[in-house]
Design a protein around this ligand. Sequence first.
Ligand code: ADP
Ligand code: MG
Length: 243
Amino acid sequence: MKKIIRVENLKKQFGNNVVLKDINFSVNEGEIITIIGSSGSGKSTLLRCLNLLEYPDDGKVLYNDISILESKHNTDKLRAEVGMVFQNFNLFNNKNVINNCILAPMRVLKLGKEEAIKTAQANLEKVGMLDYALQDVKTLSGGQKQRVAIARALCMNPRVILFDEPTSALDPEMVGEVLTVMKQLAKEGMTMVIVTHEMSFAKEISDRVVFMDEGIILEQGSPQEIFNNPKNTRTQEFLKRFT
Ligand code: ADP
Ligand code: MG
């Protein structure tokens, strides 16, 4: 199986706080990986190192077998191919939905406006938000904003999408609509790395579950292995909180 992303001996610290200690991890083409673990265990920092929103202190990050840590590597191109969906959407609130979706494709992929709009419409349709194309983002609900953020990521035609707690900022009644869109993407074969606290969703969608604890990957395996038969006592204790 082709490995799209490979992380070797990754280390990252902020001041004296060593946040990622020695991470070895890879993402296969078409794979759905969920990352679980307590707050502060380094999950966001790991995701952010995969598209250089954070720069690692040591180790390697390879995308398609090429190191992304070389100075000559094109960060814009990397972020187009490795998309990201954030907990707090990171949309432009004062722009309308479609303008949020066409900005990066025009600037980075150099699409003409008409083509960018066509792509945006197709992806907004996919997430059920085409009817809102001309509405300002600030008028939308959280669930709608997150679906727009997913459409925006799709507009770059990414090879992988990283999701950092995409439903954690949502009112409970809006979680389902976002998870449904993500399940649909998974079914279509999108490669996805998802940080989440939605354990039943993780169990259902994942090919592999990664448990992070204090800056290391303590345990990883199939949803069966991690949720039904966790080996490490830290994993067991963490999962107890969700039952
Ligand atoms: P998680 O996503 O698992 O909650 P994070 O990766 O966000 O964990 O954070 C891990 C640790 O790194 C925390 O102690 C956090 O305070 C620290 N941290 C994260 N980002 C920064 C930053 N930009 N500057 C300083 N400390 C940070
Ligand atoms: Mg986080």
